[in-house]
Each structure stands twice: as structure tokens, then as C-alpha cells.
Design a protein around this ligand. Structure first.
Ligand code: NDP
Length: 453
């Protein structure tokens, strides 16, 4: 065999797996056809966060007046933002490549296709490997409506020549909600069209309600219970017909309607690797596919499509196969954030999924900054506590710094902290975070008609 391990895909999952396996002494090859670092670094988490920051600066410039600054907001230069973002992304690309070289992995800038269960065609070269890892990620999808090709997807949103003046974003998952904050914050008339009564299905209801209110406060125009019917070109603009029989004239329609695994062209059948009807590669608890020496990690499995999960999976597979440290990745209590404006941080179960008898603690307040800035921005914090064991089962927050705060609290939840542990922790004053350790009044009990609110 040419390699002990060949990794297909140089994104978060693949790079981590290749690097760690090579560090354990394995002979490793890795192929990437598009860009090192994959979705997260190039057309996902990282550039998205820079764009959210850009939008927040505009809002902060408005808020500064309350603190005595005679600062005029001025106009935003989209081109300068994209150029700065691109410069940083290419620096990160370089780091990813360097890490692989330093670890001693052989790097192929090419597409890989299975010839048989141990043989790959990598850019025309025939390569054999003892073990193979599929880490090809996913891609954004459009809805099948007439004119769908006239809409953009998140891949495109990072390279637009200009900021649209009017944009309709379809969906209300992570991507839709985050880009609504970006475009509205940068001055676009922003419509959010979604089929649920509230955005972010699956998240805590109190958060969803407050997010909808806060988005409206940021001038996002919400269209709940609505689906798109068709898109037509109107000169350079787009005419979007909606299920409520209304029509929106915008410059751009953006599908943020989910992602699908990248399996096309891999020829998985030749290797005996089975997939779900969605294309997601089927894996067991060790991330092994139906071909036991072939593994799949990250978004291509469509288990929990988050970068830190993908890197953890890559690391675990490398340690298990080559580091003499067999282990699995637990998908329980994975913390996550939505970089909406303001953002959300959450870990553990929601009130809707909490067992009957769970105690709910909720607080809503205007953060200190906005007592003076004048902005109608609020923070919501919520704990879901087991009624029997007193363990904190869920921590949910919407408000400034929520992702930073909840990352720390996730450690407590994973460690099995109780509400009593939270209560005996001294707060850091004055912060928003201290509210999590001073939540004394129970708001309600799951399954009981009671309100101490
Ligand atoms: P999501 O699955 O989060 O959301 C898809 C959205 O599209 C939902 O609002 C969904 O509605 C809607 N939708 C799907 N099908 C239809 C349909 N036929 N008609 C109308 N609406 C439809 O996908 P995203 O594209 O936002 O993101 C993909 C994944 O990427 C996320 O799940 C997440 O795992 C990851 N991600 C993580 C981020 C982070 O960690 N901050 C940031 C961005 C992405 P409904 O709810 O009704 O199904």
C-alpha cells in the first residue's frame, strides 16, 4: 500500500485527522480539490464571523453617541471588508497547508475517486491505502422552485461584488439568521422568509421568540409561516412570489435552506460504502462505514454539522487507528452558537425536551451598555434544571457575548454541575454572565400550571 491512511478532503475534519495520524507515525496522504480549511475557513464560520463583526461595528457606532462620542456612522465600504476578509482567509489557508507539511503528510491538490475499496484515483494518479477517511463535507442547497437558479447560496455570499440594497433570505436556520443580521446591519433592506411561526426551529422557544423581536428591532422584515413559490428576473432585480400571494421585489434572493453531503463523484459504490437517501455516509459509533477500513467524519455524515464536532471526530479516528488511544466522540451536550445579532449560545436540552418536573429559571433584562446607548436590545438567560437530581440540563442565552459565556458553562454542564453548584459560585461583577449564578427565582416547572414570573 502507498499509504497507511488516505484522507479525502482538506477541511476541518480531514486536516485534523491527517495531521494527528501523521503525528502518530502513520504514512498519510490527503487530497483537497478546492481550498484548504474547507467550508469553515473559506466560506463558512470564519468569514461569516468577520462579516457579523462588520455589521456590529455599524450598530456600535450608533450606540457611541449615548457615551458622549460625536461619531457619525458614515457609509460602509463592502469592497474593503471583503478584501480584508480575503487576506485573512488566505493567511489561514497557508497555515492549514503548512500544518500538514510539518506533520509529514503528503498533500495532493486534486479530486479523489474510489476505484475499489483500497484504491483511489487522485488527480489521475492511482493510489492505494490501508485505510481511507472520507471527509468531503457538504454544500448548500436550493429549494426546487421555478427560477431557483436565480438565487444565491451561502458559498456566493462571501464573494459578492457589492452589498445588495434589498435582499430576501429564505429559511430561518443558522445561516439565514446569521446573514439576516449581516445584511441588515450593513444597510440592506432585509427580508427573512420562513415556514415556521418563529425562526430557528429546534432551539429554545423563549430564545426564538426574543430573537424574532430583536431581529425586527434591527430592521429585518420577518415573513413567518411563508414559503417561496417562484423567482423571476426583473432587469437586474428579482421578483419573488410568496405563498401568501404577495410579491417581493429585491436585488437578490438567498437560499439558506440547508446543506447536503458531498458524495457526488466519489464512486462510493466501488468501495462498498453505503449512504442514506440524502447521500449522507452511514457510520457506526466508531465512524466506520459499511466498509470497515473506510471511515467518514464531519458534515459528509450529516450527524451534527458543526466544525468542532468535525475536528473532534477527525482527532478521535486518528487516535483510535494510529495512536493506540481508541475513543469515540460523544454528541451529547454539544454546545453551539448562532451568530445572529445579538447572538445565541446554547448547550443541553431545551425546556420543550425537558422531563416533566424540570425547574425552569428565566431572566430577561436590558444589558448595562444599552441602558445608556438607548438601543432597545435585551438579553435572555435560561436554565433547565432536573427536578430530581438538581443537575443543570440546559443553558440557553440570547444576548451580547452569549457564545463566549456559554462555552464556559458547557464545561459545567458536561461535568454534571447542579443548580446548587451554580448558586454557590460567586459572580463576576458587573457582567451579564453573573446572572447565571444569581438566578434565585424559579419561573415555572415543566408540566405544571405555575408561574412565579
Ligand atoms: P438549517 O438546517 O439550519 O436550516 C435550514 C432552513 O431551511 C430551515 O429554516 C428550514 O425550515 C428551511 N427549509 C428547509 N427546507 C425547506 C423547504 N422545503 N421549504 C421551506 N423552508 C425550508 O440549515 P442552514 O442552511 O442554515 O445551515 C446548515 C447547517 O450548517 C446547520 O444546520 C448547522 O449545522 C451548520 N451551521 C452552523 C453554524 C454555527 O455553528 N454558527 C453557522 C452556519 C451553519 P424548517 O426549520 O421548517 O425545517
Amino acid at each position: 500500500m502507498d499509504f497507511d491512511l488516505f484522507v479525502i478532503g482538506g477541511g476541518s475534519a480531514g486536516v485534523r485527522c491527517a495531521r494527528i495520524a501523521a503525528g502518530h507515525g502513520a504514512r498519510v496522504g490527503v487530497a483537497e480539490a478546492r481550498f484548504w480549511g474547507g467550508t469553515c475557513v473559506n466560506i463558512g464560520c470564519v468569514p461569516k464571523k468577520f462579516m457579523v463583526m462588520a455589521a456590529e461595528y455599524g450598530l456600535a457606532a450608533e450606540d457611541a453617541a449615548g457615551f458622549g462620542w460625536d461619531a457619525a456612522k458614515g457609509s460602509h465600504n463592502w469592497g474593503r471588508l471583503i478584501a480584508a476578509k480575503d487576506k485573512e482567509i488566505s493567511r489561514l489557508n497557508g497555515i492549514y497547508q503548512r500544518l500538514l507539511h510539518q506533520a509529514g503528510a503528503s498533500v495532493f491538490e486534486a479530486r479523489a475517486t474510489f476505484i475499489d475499496a483500497h484504491t483511489l484515483d487522485v488527480g489521475g494518479q492511482r493510489i492505494t491505502a490501508e485505510r481511507i477517511v472520507i471527509a468531503t463535507g457538504g454544500h448548500p442547497t436550493r429549494l426546487e422552485i421555478p427560477g431557483a437558479e436565480l438565487g444565491i447560496v451561502s458559498d456566493d455570499a462571501f464573494y459578492l461584488p457589492d452589498c445588495p440594497k434589498r435582499i430576501a433570505i429564505i429559511g430561518s436556520g443558522y445561516i439565514a439568521v446569521e446573514f439576516a443580521g449581516i445584511f441588515a446591519g450593513l444597510g440592506a433592506e432585509t427580508h427573512l422568509i420562513y415556514r415556521q411561526p418563529l425562526p430557528l426551529r429546534g432551539f429554545d422557544e423563549d430564545l426564538r421568540l426574543m430573537l424574532a423581536e430583536q431581529m425586527q428591532g434591527n430592521k429585518v422584515i420577518l415573513h413567518p409561516d411563508t414559503t417561496p413559490v417562484s423567482i423571476m428576473a426583473e432587469g437586474d432585480g428579482r421578483r419573488l412570489a410568496l405563498s401568501d400571494c404577495s410579491v417581493l421585489d429585491v436585488d437578490m434572493v438567498f437560499f439558506a435552506t440547508g446543506r447536503a453531503p458531498n458524495v457526488a463523484g466519489l464512486n462510493l459504490a466501488a468501495a462498498g460504502v453505503k449512504t442514506k437517501p440524502s447521500g449522507a455516509v452511514i457510520v457506526d459509533d466508531n465512524l466506520a462505514t459499511s466498509a470497515p477500513h473506510i471511515y467518514a467524519i464531519g458534515d459528509v455524515t450529516d450527524l451534527l454539522n458543526l466544525t468542532p464536532v468535525a475536528t473532534a471526530e477527525g482527532h478521535a479516528v486518528a487516535d483510535t487507528l494510529f495512536g493506540n488511544k481508541p475513543r469515540q466522540v460523544s454528541l451529547a451536550n454539544v454546545p453551539t452558537a448562532v451568530f445572529s445579532i445579538p447572538p445565541i449560545g446554547t448547550v443541553g436540552i431545551t425546556e420543550e425536551h425537558a422531563p416533566v418536573g424540570s425547574k425552569i429559571f428565566v431572566t430577561k433584562f436590558k444589558p448595562m451598555r444599552h441602558q445608556i446607548s438607548g438601543r432597545q436590545r435585551f438579553t435572555l438567560m435560561k436554565l433547565v434544571v432536573d427536578g430530581v437530581t438538581d443537575k443543570v440540563l440546559g443553558v440557553h442565552m440570547l444576548g451580547e457575548d452569549a457564545p463566549e459565556i456559554v462555552q464556559g458553562l458547557a464545561v459545567a454542564v458536561i461535568a454534571g454541575a447542579t443548580k446548587a453548584d451554580f448558586d454557590r459560585t460567586i459572580g463576576i461583577h458587573p457582567t451579564a454572565a453573573e446572572e447565571f449564578v444569581t438566578l434565585r427565582t424559579q419561573t415555572r416547572v415543566v408540566g405544571q400550571e405555575m408561574a412565579a414570573e
